[in-house]
Write a protein that binds this ligand. Structure first.
Ligand code: SAH
Length: 212
């Protein structure tokens, strides 16, 4: 049953949304999204809704996850930093497509739950820590890719510092109601920056994010 729903999600919300990278599409076919939500709402896991995961947070819409993932242009050998583990679903997608994934979540209960699910699924090249991801995760820097899954008022400087040369950072930036997706690339001579369409994300709360 879940497999059939998953295939439908891939068709409608991934391929149907314009995603073309076959590796990204495969990853969405593989990762059992229903295991990342509460058993009571598993039947909705493959719908185009953003679903509650507790603590006022939501699992990102499948299309949002797909677009951000495709924009990372992962080849398979990258070290990736994710800010905002949440349910761990995006983390699993990244783990399918990169070499190592480091993920920071500010809410301990979510981090513990995500770690448990990811371990159960055999994603051993993933590390999750509890902390303020607006400061990055310096211990494992630099990263080839950085993905922020919560909306930030500005680009946190630590994330740019922790980006490898040739690396790419994707982050939603804006106010609480409206964000654009910024794609920042670190080049030999500095940075390039591209701004993309609007999405709605939960807020990035932290020293270099929104203050509580
Ligand atoms: N990719 C996740 C998205 C969850 S929503 C998923 O699909 O499940 C974004 C997450 O960012 C929330 O879990 C929220 O608690 C977390 N977050 C917000 N501010 C943060 C910060 N400064 N550092 C780390 N995590 C943060």
């Amino acid at each position: 049953m879940f497999e059939r729903w998953r295939e439908q999600m891939v068709k409608e919300l991934v391929i149907g949304a314009g995603i073309r990278d076959p590796r990204v599409i495969d990853a969405f076919r593989k990762v059992p999204r229903h295991l990342f939500v509460d058993p009571a709402i598993r039947s909705q896991a493959y719908s185009g809704k953003s679903l509650p995961i507790g603590y006022g947070q939501t699992i990102s819409h499948p299309t949002t996850v797909a677009i951000m993932t495709e924009m990372l242009e992962l080849q398979g050998d990258e070290k990736v930093l994710e800010v905002g583990t949440g349910s761990g679903y995006q983390t699993a997608i990244l783990a399918e497509l990169a070499d190592r994934v480091f993920s920071v979540e500010r809410i301990q209960a979510l981090a513990v739950k995500a770690r448990h699910i990811l371990e159960g699924l055999g994603y051993y090249r993933v590390a999750i820590t509890v902390g303020d991801g607006s400061l990055g995760w310096a211990a494992h820097a630099p990263y080839d890719r950085i993905l922020v899954t919560a909306g930030s008022p500005a680009v946190p400087p630590a994330l740019i510092q922790q980006l490898n040369r040739g690396g790419r950072l994707i982050i939603p930036v804006g106010d609480e109601n409206h964000q654009i997706l910024k794609v920042i690339e670190k080049t030999d001579s500095g940075f390039t920056e591209v701004e993309l369409e609007a999405f709605k994300f939960v807020p990035l709360i932290g020293r270099k994010g929104w203050q509580l």
